[in-house]
Ligand binder design. Structure first.
Ligand code: PDD
Length: 274
């Protein structure tokens, strides 16, 4: 169950040349959006972030925000299934390999993949998942959703081989975020997450969770959590477009319970997406 949008049309088959900047350099940006029952969740925010990422690497997106919105709605309509994972990618185009930008007339390559999404089983969600820490060896612009994901790939594989679901990045003894999700913890009854800086992605789910937490009158603090605080965590969870809100049951050798505060936030989130 999938559908592509490439070169101005919907199709089931599409190819990029091997002399393509996404392939050769990871020279591009992307977004992942989830659609629930024909409603792409926070599409506007995702597209704003796509344009933010693109402008920060001087990349032109060949469609306006409104045009992309229309393409997304049309793709969802054609596919006609309940849960759709929508992957949007823009690269600096296809041209003979050279590090500097190709000539101006080389057009960006834009495509969207619409694919059936299988939600995480509720039993996994209510049991919690394991995280393993990994050094944050990413670049200094993690606020850009760039195609360069090698550190994330290595971190996730490391965690997977140990039986984990996600990798938790550590930079200068501080938790930044996970390989493909944001991280939150309750410590001393306060909900804590890394502030929005160049060291993390401004997660759309992260923002929603902060709003929900405030509406539930939880005290929220945006500050980095230190590794030495791992033993003081009362509850923790990760957030992201595909993970939604996922309780954590362990980080390395520290074990946590899936707590009521996390589940309360999850229940409100669930109401908002449906
Ligand atoms: N990842 N941090 C990183 C490094 C991410 O890659 C993601 C999303 C998030 C969560 O952001 P959001 O809530 O906006 O999805 C945080 C996507 C899902 C991915 O790469 O597949």
């Amino acid at each position: 169950m999938y559908l592509y949008f490439f070169k101005d049309k919907f199709c089931k088959d599409a190819y990029l040349p091997i002399e393509e900047r996404a392939v050769n350099f990871g020279d591009g940006v992307y977004e992942v959006v989830l659609s629930y029952y024909n409603k792409p969740f926070k599409l506007d925010e995702h597209l704003n972030r796509l344009f933010y990422s693109a402008s920060n690497i001087f990349l032109k997106i060949p469609y306006s925000k409104e045009e992309i919105e229309n393409i997304v709605y049309e793709g969802i309509r054609i596919l006609n299934i309940d849960y759709v994972k929508i992957y949007v990618q823009v690269s600096r185009g296809s041209y003979e390999r050279m590090h500097e930008f190709p000539p101006n007339e080389v057009e960006s390559n834009f495509f969207i993949i619409f694919r059936l999404f299988k939600p995480i089983e509720e039993s996994i969600r209510f049991n919690g998942v394991k995280l393993f820490t990994y050094p944050d060896i990413r670049w200094e612009r993690c606020d850009i959703k760039s195609l360069n994901l090698l550190p994330n790939v290595l971190a996730k594989e490391y965690s997977k081989r140990k039986g984990g679901f996600e990798a938790l990045f550590i930079k200068n003894s501080k938790i930044t975020e996970c390989a493909s999700s944001s991280f939150f913890a309750f410590i001393d009854d306060k909900l804590i997450t890394h502030p929005l800086t160049n060291e993390i992605l401004a997660g759309i789910t992260r923002n929603e969770v902060l709003n929900i937490a405030k509406s539930l009158n939880f005290e929220v603090i945006e500050r980095p959590i230190y590794v030495y605080e791992l033993e003081r965590i009362e509850e923790c969870f990760i957030t992201g477009t595909t993970t939604e809100i996922l309780p954590v049951k362990s980080i390395d050798n520290f074990n946590y319970k899936v707590g009521e505060r996390t589940l309360k936030i999850y229940r409100v989130f669930k109401e908002r997406i449906l």
